[in-house]
Unconditional design. Structure first.
Length: 168
């Protein structure tokens, strides 16, 4: 989900909707799963956040705020879950091929008359150091790592498959 608008024109209904989906939903999932995670003594909570959890972008007030909030939530979950061996990790990918990013790449292709690879490079310019989209499999492998035997060692932290975005 994404709504782009300068902060002074950002629709309050969109703000509420984006925060409900991207921040309140993970909180509620954790809240209601917590007894089961604690009972297992090996529970893991993995939140999909974004590279925007670490860096801001113009006209993205709700998205960036929600994603920063997810990092705070993961840190609190790690602290609250330590006694019960519940691990909490945020996966913070850069731009992944998705319907949302695909629409934007297609717009660039059409408006600038570029081929797909050129449009992707244009889309990620200024963000990804490697001018490609993050493969979906890279995100899935981060989740797999967080859920695996070594996942508890990652608690409270992030895995950031962002092709160098947050290295800026």
């Amino acid at each position: 989900m994404q709504v782009l608008a300068p902060v002074d024109k950002f629709p309050e209904d969109d703000w509420d909707r984006l925060l409900a989906v991207m921040l309140t939903s993970p909180f509620l999932l954790a809240k209601y799963a917590w007894p089961h995670l604690a009972a297992s003594q090996q529970g893991r909570f993995v939140a999909i956040a974004s590279a925007h959890s670490h860096v801001a972008g113009p006209r993205k007030a709700a998205y960036v705020s929600a994603k920063h909030g997810v990092l705070g939530l993961v840190k609190v979950l790690a602290a609250d879950g330590a006694a019960d061996r519940i691990g909490a990790v945020a996966v913070c990918p850069g731009y992944v091929e998705s319907p949302m990013t695909q629409r934007r790449v297609d717009d660039i292709r059409r408006l600038c008359q570029l081929d797909y690879a050129e449009a992707v490079r244009d889309f990620v310019a200024g963000t990804h150091l490697i001018p490609e989209m993050v493969p979906v499999d890279a995100v899935a492998e981060c989740v797999e790592l967080a859920l695996g035997p070594s996942g508890l060692a990652l608690t409270g932290g992030t895995l950031t498959p962002d092709l160098g975005w947050t290295a800026h």
